[in-house]
Design a protein around this ligand. Sequence first.
Ligand code: CA
Length: 675
Amino acid sequence: MTKYKINMKKPFVLAIAAGLLTVMSCNNQNNVTVGDFASYPAYTKGDLGLTYTPQASTIKLWAPSADCVQLNVYDQGSESEAIETIQMERGAKGTWSATLKGDRKGQFYTFQVTTEGKTLSETPGVWNKAVGVNGLRAAIIDLADTNPEGWAEDKHVEVKNYTDIVIYEMHHRDFSISDNSGITNKGKFLALTEKGTLTPEGLASGIDHLKELGITHVHILPSYDYGSIDEAHLEQGNYNWGYDPKNYNVPEGGYSTNPFAPEVRIREMKQMVQALHEAGIGVIMDVVYNHTFVNDESNFSLTVPGYYYRQTEEGDYSNASGCGNETASERPMVRHYIVESVKYWANEFHIDGFRFDLMAIHDIETMNTVRQELDKINPGIFVYGEGWMASSTPLPAEQQASKHNGMKFPRIAVFSDDIRDGLRGEWMSAGEGGFATGKVTQRQKESIKFGVVGATQHPQVDYSKVNYSGAPYANNPVEVINYVSCHDDECLRDKIDMVAKDATPAQRKRMDLLAQTIVMTSQGVPFIFCGEELYRTKQHIRNTYNLPDEINRIDWSHKAKYADVFAYYKGLIQMRRQHPAFRMATTEQVVENLHFVDSPEGTVVYTLNGAAVGDEWSEVYVVLNGNRGGVNVQLPVGEWNIVCEDGKMQLDEPRAFGGGEFWVHGTSALIAFRK
Ligand code: CA
């Protein structure tokens, strides 16, 4: 039996204070051994939560360890007194149900579970799809009412190979909150629906900017309902990344124009997806099923105490997330919950991809099930995650969806911290640089090569010298995310400032460009952090998860100020999207068509056989020079066209070069092709 402790003191007292214990009359009728989670029968019929019709609303809950469950009905989403309280009826396999007659649209409800003689706090349950302000009460709505005009025609974006994807990771507030964003719905889902917005200098901002940049998918930071922002007081303008899940199947109210009206946040998020789809851009959600915002007071704990979380041997919450708890995906109803939640977002909101936070906390079987179920909806839906965790877990290592086990969950990608830190320096040592900043040791160089081959098996990579991984972790390049920065830690410009203090501002900018050149030309799936293309800064602050907009926001005046940086990023993305040589889908193709060439110290040089993968560039020559100084390289004699040199992209006007000795400037890339 799994031991677990739950602290019921507080909810018990609250229940007494609310006078609710008096209406409870229930015996210990449950058929399970409380705390022995294996004795809890799974229920996967698909009707948990609300089933709404204008004639009646049926509400169902899975709570096998409950002695009884009370349903409280309200006419408001917060604060008001219950207008009705109903004892739910016990059904099969640990379920409880109640039917409310008549059209209940616009009403709200909570559950109150009594288990082991104790009555827990109210909860909107775990299967709710709509909530009132701050996600305290579930809402009765008709989901069909939330569809924007034309929603039936809205489709997932089409993806052939995941390596065709270029990901842009953004926070809603970062992207639009600045005074100079030109956007009206600042910090809202609707910001991404506004076309024709401009920076003060008259350049495209908002969604038009994304189209101009050429990315294929936007990865939005947590946008389910999270707990750290008071939705009733949005005028306070508080900021949070949102890694504190509350209601998994409901959009966050803080990003809507009215968090009190349950249907508004749903409709507005759909409008956002629709607008991005119309622009040809997919939407990826950052999902955080690995932990919840609170422990005993989470919707999970208030429904089936202990079940949704792993426990230590002492019976406490284990804490692989570093946030106070970790979920137990290996238990049938937790796995079922995660899988159904992902399917719901994909079906109801037409979401095109999922980024799993601390994915190694989840077990491999759960991730494989997620992949299989999404394939039934659309195989182009992309799944990736962090192949690590924040602390230790009771889940055995061989079951963890970690990058070290990456080959056991095919077609799901993991982030490559190997190339990231190879490029910029190790995350735990603030002053340490990487290949792009001029630290060009064998370790950095091999970590770059590891990234170039998309974390796959390649005969010319010495895996023993790679940063953190002694072996490849991708079956194919579609299973790795190459990146140099994301919301975590310093943004790229800040990191370079900190590790290359001796360099001039111009040199540091070149380091930024070189780093992203390597990200965009490597095999695998490239990923950039919002605003890097505008040379953003976060004032050299490492962890900005709850800091004010002043630190986190994009300053749109940078688009004119750093026009050279933007043009370079845009050119890089354009080159990648036009040339399949940079986006091979299989390891076999990479092994056959990507060859490293002997090269001077501090450089990585390789050729690509474009012809073999249908590229009009039959041969591509790539020189990555991490040295601060220039080096001579020898190109074979031939009719080369140089599209990138000395920190400039010149895709539309390549320079002709007949081969032979070529001077590659310090901290820059050379990219040349032959037809
Ligand atoms: Ca919220």
